[in-house]
Design a protein around this ligand. Structure first.
Ligand SMILES: [Zn+2]
Length: 376
């Protein structure tokens, strides 16, 4: 049985809580903001989104927003438990979460590839030189996460300050400068005259030969959207190109977890989110042994199970943090250092679970799907 099978059905929940006439593919009036024209859309893939207030998510996010309003946090275990208790078992049914989303990827031109290369280089230099304002803060942030200078250099991690790319442009001859800035604009790095990635740590997704496939920016400002990707470029598994198919491949949800594992010598790839696309799945074909390292929260655990569904040869690693307060591998690295983190991961690697055993453990812990299983 799939873990997704234990998720309450979104449409049933919406019908029972806010609108008995709700249908998939149609909009209803949003219960989370005042409106007269319906703008909350319910999708057949068990997600919802309000085009009015921008709220959205899965069935738990719907219930969570009803119960907790804006303070709902889908990574908060206490809130999750409360929501779980409030759900009537009869609304649970088998739901399949489609992980194949989005349309065809636009072709990436040679010019754009070159722009990626230039931008990654400029951001990396801004970080290691500390010249651009904020570069020091970015480096301190990375050190505080346990990430070393050696890793920063190997992975060409960078920092996008207020005007890294503009300043780089100023070093060029005027006729070259215009072409350079146009390229940066076309590639999406400059929008309305401003740096798209401003005040973010930049993680370029590099290949062994140093090509840059795409870039991801992690916000330093806690108020900002945490991760930003370049628009119109399909996400690829972060760091996968550096992994050796002869090795076991460890898959994480977050970029920082992947960087942490890379630093400890693992072959690793990050999904950078919970949705594994068809293309990502295809890119894993060469890897025989794949081990998922979920974070210590429900969305990540759900994601781990859906990835297993997509790629049945996956196993799941369960670091001891399932019983602790640490949120992810990077937490172990940051709080306990490389040595302890490495030894904890070695222990966990000796005890890999298939997804059903894992789902069992998760259920035990959260009680969220208890009893319901007996009904199927
Ligand atoms: Zn709304």
């Amino acid at each position: 049985m799939r873990l997704n099978a234990f998720k309450p059905d979104l449409l049933t929940v919406v019908r029972r809580t806010v609108n008995p006439n709700a249908e998939y593919g149609r909009s209803i009036c949003c219960p989370f903001h005042r409106e007269t024209d319906p703008s909350l859309h319910i999708f057949e893939n068990q997600s919802w989104y309000c085009f009015g207030c921008g709220k959205g998510g899965d069935v738990y996010d719907f219930l969570g927003n009803l119960r907790y309003g804006d303070s709902w946090d889908n990574r908060n275990k206490e809130m999750f438990r409360e929501i779980g208790k409030s759900v009537d078992n009869s609304v649970f049914k088998k739901v399949y979460i489609d992980y194949n989303t989005k349309t065809q990827e636009p072709e990436i031109s040679e010019e754009t590839k070159e722009a990626f290369q230039w931008a990654a280089k400029a951001y990396h230099q801004a970080l290691i030189s500390g010249r651009d304002n904020g570069g020091d803060a970015a480096r301190s942030y990375l050190y505080s996460r346990g990430i070393t200078d050696k890793t920063i250099r190997k992975l060409k991690i960078g920092y996008a300050g207020r005007s890294v790319l503009h300043k780089k442009g100023l070093t060029l001859k005027p006729e070259e400068r215009t072409a350079y800035l146009d390229k940066m604009k076309n590639a999406g790095f400059i929008k309305y005259g401003k740096e798209y990635f401003f005040n973010r740590i930049i993680f370029p997704n590099i290949t062994k030969s140093g090509d840059v496939l795409t870039l991801t920016g992690r916000a330093l400002n806690p108020e900002a959207k945490r991760y930003l990707n370049i628009p119109n470029v399909r996400k690829k598994l972060y760091l996968l190109e550096l992994a050796d198919p002869e090795n076991d491949l460890y898959i994480t949800e977050s970029v920082t977890d992947a960087v942490s594992l890379y630093q400890l010598g693992y072959s690793v790839a990050a999904v950078n989110g919970t949705a594994m696309s068809k293309q990502m799945k295809a890119s894993l074909e060469a890897f025989k042994k794949i081990i998922i390292v979920p974070q210590n929260d429900i969305p990540s655990m759900n994601a781990a199970c859906s990835w297993c569904e997509a790629i049945p040869r996956c196993k799941i690693m369960l670091p001891e943090y399932i019983d602790g307060e640490e949120k992810d591998v990077n937490d172990i690295l940051r709080l306990e250092g490389e040595h302890t983190c490495a030894s904890k991961l070695r222990t966990a690697a000796d005890n890999l679970l298939d997804w059903s055993a894992y789902a069992e453990k998760v259920r035990e812990k959260y009680l969220l799907w208890s009893e319901n299983e007996n009904q199927h």
